[in-house]
Design a binder for this molecule. Structure first.
Ligand SMILES: *Cc1c(COP(=O)(O)O)cnc(C)c1O
Length: 405
């Protein structure tokens, strides 16, 4: 695999390592909880810590590890380390995105530490930070991460802040945060940075380029790409952080990925580059249709120059992604009527599947938020969120057109 840096991103997505010398075309599903030691000497070597052989699938499984390595290679694609050598990244695969996020934060922080983050986090991440981690002595401070001076002052005034956690683009208005600028500030204070790269995927955005410590994924979404299973990933270039600190949390929380889900994920990743291009093409066209519709008040899509973060997204992303949201004229009732009228697109949460998924944040994903809090993050009663799929764009547009009435 020494030549992997010479391969293109799309080739890295497709090419699989030879795992066991049996010449299977695809990495097999190792449906086994344990691996035998082979002989007594190998068993003793393992227990003395002198062996990296597979022993137990919670600690490592070839189907799982090979996909973690593939995602790590994609996150590091084309990047150089401080010596000018190809950046080496390491990865761990988890049973879900939340497993990855929990292990990443627990691997970095200890009791007494604080997290600085944005208010518009993925719902369960927000719950983890605000409701669960405080039980373990870890506090979370919500801040406006667009205000760099505020971030710097927060770090000056509170040395307990040990982690800045960023999700960009963020749900559901596609607000973006400046990974590079925030990381520069964090590094000045020795503070770690974790970026949730679920919405962009490494095809559109590579946070490791800016020196962040860890990238986390819900690979349930675009990386799997077909909605066939849950997985998560933690990627970073520091082996002690990824392969020891985070890995230990995975081991103790039992947050490992199943070999079957890893297999599904690997199959999905093979078409990541192709799919992301099509997701972006379709989202741009749907955004244009909505932007020019008299039945729509506002469209949040990063390709539009009227999106507040258009310039930043253009800078730190390759294209603008497959997610958009828009406000139906007429508020809540009009938005719910739009959903009732849809015939072709799919009414459900989640994102990154081949079909177009549509949901209403105010009554669904963000229903537990207070109305004034929702408004603070641009979640009006008429807002619809769309994960634009891979279908024929005319069918998507026609369905939206008839459903808007
Ligand atoms: C879905 C999602 C998660 C959680 O991932 P699971 O795989 O559902 O555990 C975290 N962050 C973002 C941005 C997500 O969309």
């Amino acid at each position: 695999m020494g030549h992997s840096q010479e391969l293109g991103f799309d080739s890295l997505c497709i090419k699989d390592p030879e795992i066991d010398g049996l010449n299977s075309h695809l990495p097999p599903i190792y449906a086994t909880s344990t691996f035998v030691y082979g002989d007594l000497d190998k068993a003793l070597a393992y227990f003395q810590g002198n062996s990296d052989a597979y022993v137990y699938s919670r600690l490592g499984n070839p189907s799982v590890n090979s996909v973690a390595e593939k995602i790590a290679a994609l996150e590091a694609f084309g990047l150089l380390d401080e010596q000018g050598q190809p950046l080496k990244a390491y990865g761990q695969l988890f049973g879900s995105g939340m497993g990855a996020i929990a292990a990443a934060t627990a691997g970095i922080l200890t009791s007494g530490d604080k997290i600085l983050t944005q208010g518009n986090l993925y719902g369960t991440t927000n719950e983890l930070f605000m409701n669960m981690l405080p039980n373990f002595g870890i506090e979370c401070i919500i801040a406006n991460l667009k205000d760099l001076e505020h971030i710097e002052n927060a770090l000056i005034n509170d040395e307990k802040i040990q982690l800045i956690y960023i999700e960009t683009p963020a749900n559901p208005t596609l607000a973006c945060f400046d990974i590079e600028a925030i990381t520069v500030i964090a590094q000045n204070f020795g503070v770690k940075v974790v970026v949730d790269n679920t919405f962009a995927t490494p095809y559109l955005q590579q946070p490791l380029k800016y020196g962040v410590d860890l990238v986390v994924h819900s690979s349930t979404k675009y990386l799997n790409g077909h909605g066939t299973g849950l997985t998560g990933a933690v990627i970073g270039s520091q082996p002690a952080l990824v392969n020891v600190a985070v890995k230990n949390m995975q081991k103790m929380f039992g947050a490992c990925a199943s070999p079957f889900e890893a297999y599904l994920l690997n199959n999905g990743i093979k078409t990541l580059a192709l799919r992301m291009e099509r997701h972006c093409d379709n989202a741009e066209k749907l955004a244009y249709f909505l932007e020019t519709s008299p039945r729509v008040d506002k469209v949040n899509y990063l390709s539009l120059d009227n999106h507040l973060d258009h310039a930043l997204a253009k800078d730190q992303m390759k294209r603008f992604g497959g997610m958009l949201s828009f406000e139906v004229k007429g508020g809540r009732e009009a938005a719910l009527n739009f959903l009732r009228n849809l015939k072709f697109c799919t009414l459900t949460a989640s994102l990154g599947t081949p079909d177009t998924l549509v949901q209403h944040p105010a009554t669904m994903s963000h229903v537990k938020m207070l109305p004034e809090q929702r408004l603070q993050y641009g979640i009006t009663d008429g807002l619809i969120r769309v994960s634009v799929g891979l279908e024929n764009i005319e069918d998507i547009v026609n369905d939206f057109d008839q459903a808007l009435g």
